[in-house]
Write a protein that binds this ligand. Sequence first.
Ligand SMILES: [Zn+2]
Length: 1011
Amino acid sequence: MTERTIVLPRSAFLFLNPSRSCPDTLEARGNAISSHGYLQGLVLHHINYRFRVIRSRPEGPERSPVPGQIMVFDRDEVTNLVIGYRMKFSNMLPTLVGSTKPSEQNEDRNTFVLARPLWGYNGISRSNLTKSINSAPCHLSSSRFSLRYPLPLLGSRSYSAVQGKLSLLGIYSSPLDPSSLAVIFPFFASKKNLFRSDSSVKRLDFGSCRGFSCSLRSGSLTCHRSSVFYTVDPRLFHFIVMYRKMASHIVGYPRMGPKRELKFALESFWDGKSSADDLQKVATDLRCAIWKQMADAGIKYIPSNTFSYYDQVLDTTAMLGAVPERYNYTGGEIGFDTYFSMARGNASVPAMEMTKWFDTNYHFIVPELGPHTKFSYSSRKAVSEYKEAKALGIETAPVLIGPVTYLLLSKPARGVEKSFSPLSLLDSILPVYKEVIAELKEAGASWIQFDEPTLVKDLESYQIEAFTKAYSELESSLSGLDVLIETYFADVPAETYKTITSLKSVSGFGFDLIRGTKTVDLIKTVGFPTGKYLFAGVVDGRNIWANDLASSLTTLAALEAIVGKDKLVVSTSCSLMHTAVDLVNETKLDNEIKSWLAFAAQKVVEVNALAKALAGHKDEAFFSANAAAQSSRKSSPRVTNQEVQKAAAALKGSDHRRATNVSARLDAQQKKLNLPILPTTTIGSFPQTMDLRRVRREYKAKKISEEEYVKAITEEISKVVKLQEEFDIDVLVHGEPERNDMVEYFGEQLSGFAFTVNGWVQSYGSRCVKPPIIYGDVSRPSAMTVFWSKLAQSMTARPMKGMLTGPVTILNWSFVRNDQPRFETCYQIALAIKKEVEDLEAAGIQVIQIDEAALREGLPLRKSEEAFYLDWAVHSFRITNCGVQDTTQIHTHMCYSNFNDIIHSIIDMDADVITIENSRSDEKLLSVFREGVKYGAGIGPGVYDIHSPRIPTTEEIADRINKMLAVLETNILWVNPDCGLKTRKYAEVKPALTNMVAAAKLLRTQLASAK
Ligand SMILES: [Zn+2]
């Protein structure tokens, strides 16, 4: 910082120090501010951020001016200072109110703060100043002004000030509602044509800032508090809005954009249709829009670096330079080439493995590490995003995946011992974290958020110790910064809670209080460290329901009593990337349902409303609208169906099993079906052509008649049936040409479901899913699949599978209602599917497949909760088919094979046949049978990977089947691909299935001759 005594002309930034005052050498020039006593003024040409200092000669006899200093700040610093605006209509200079030197008592939270920033600067170091500016807990706020400057206050509780041009009075309607307006200077309030009349307040009301009053006396405005007087010449003001700064925080935000803008930009770039610049432009616009949106809503802790071109864990891999060898990375900043090669593979090498992000439907890229992995700071994304926001005048908290979570999510690289523990690399990655922290500090960051969601898992003590080690090691780097450790998706176990809350280098802890209600008990019983911030995640980031604000406020009030008023921050339960983006884009939902919902954009507003209410500025209108919506949801006849409730309640406590055991059933079925050994089948869907999609789209849009639609679909089914007969497959499918999605197709035909137009949620990379919303009791008004299955069966003498999606999968791939336990909703869906199963059976369908692709996905993160989930999930599946005859064969299908830990639940599903993914995961599945688990039902571990366009040879498939025969009985083994074929082309499917059947026949011959 340069310090000098200076005389500056008009149009300037005035900075005065009341404690030292300014030397007489500074003279008022031009639009000088005149005032009584030691009034301070700030004037800034905000258009180009040019500023200069002017000074009015101190007037009045009360104090003699003492030589002091005038600070001149550079542009960056000025954007963070309180500013004033020139009034257009009069060219009068507005100013901030100043005061005499504050007593120490005035440092309390109720001090009239507008003048306070002016005091702090003199004589303090640049870094302290920067820190005080950046940690300032308040912002000037106005959407129209595009102005957002934190007031650099030194106190813990503060207010912010907004001054604006008269032409910009929109500030009153948004984003500041009247309740947050503490004061409007009467001089301007009287100008009714310029100001909203209701903004005229004669009395200053600072909320908790009692003791202030304001009155208009003989043309000058006097604000006084205790013995401190602030006198202002009203001609110099247009208005000042003050409100207490709300403590609100957002963990993270969706990146795809309200209409999946990033998806289309990415895919166009990957296809070579647009340039890297085009992609970056879209990304920049999205990031800026998100930051502005949060800033406008009044959020105090706004995250940055939660954007990603593909995945945040991959971003961390890039930051650490931990690129697997096969991508031939040679150092330097990691660009799109290397980054997207890791994400998606390239012509010569495959992508890195992708796996589920905790218990969400998001998938991350698994880091591959080994003892020789070299780490170096190779992606400056966190810093550049922080700076990008800062350039917009928005202070953010950069978010990094914490070092321990990163390592715990990693796996040993290829060629590295399976027993290798990536956690042993902690010492190697921390230096890179230190570099990042140093750069963020240098750029001006005051808070850093470390996402450490693994803290909610059942950790071994050495893993918990790693957190202590990591954050102690980082302590000196982090000094001077506020550090937030953010956890989400479940409660934090007691031992872990105790360990992390005692970390010295951490200033705040974020907890998911939606899925982790037990953490609230811990805070109450174990306590919360004094002086630290609690980021209370009370707004659900995993769902689309409007928050019950009254209930959240009760929770928050209880927490505030424990941690203290200054230390409670209202937050989301996790990143909002797991919910839909913005309700305003939903044109097809009716208003009643819409009133029950809140997507990410609405959740940001909820967080802020709660923070404001907590700070004593409750927006009554917003809260009562919310209460009305909550009660409308409770009482709406669309939600409750007594008959369904009764039927579902009756299910509890009883065991729903088929009367006969599986081997007897298989015998009965075989008599009827007469299948060869190693029967062949496919999982359900056949390639979905552009033509098919068009037909469905046009039918939905009523562009083609039902007759035309049925004709087109019938033709397709007939083609698929003929093809399978040509391949000589034993149990056929109809190919599902009428289905767009395995959940939406059923949801659309069940009551209690609603569908969005743009409710997309990122699944991985550019891929998004649009989960249906289950808002009410689920029932099945009429048969859903019988027409097509019956039609398909009529085309062939071979058994045709009826294809259904199971209740657990429908549940896990939807936004589920939060007003009753998940298992109750699941039971309701199970009853609806049960009716469909029975209708299919009655229509002559002898084999019915009920897919439970997502059963494992719903597994809770904590071991203690697994048994309960598996119990009701498996029960729900059994409910669907407990009523069929022995001769009806029930299949199920699972898309992932990591079932070894839950194999007993899989057996307990009591399906007659299970087809299961196997080839992609290195036949891990078979190991469970190798270890001696007995499986008596039919089983079809996938014999080839349908996710790859590669065509497997007959020998290769036969080899796979042989491996299976080594651990499974010949009479229970089925031969089928890993999953449905809808993403493949016929050019791939035809030879692959031909080879598959050939392999099965080869094995049959070999087995027969072996006998
Ligand atoms: Zn599958």
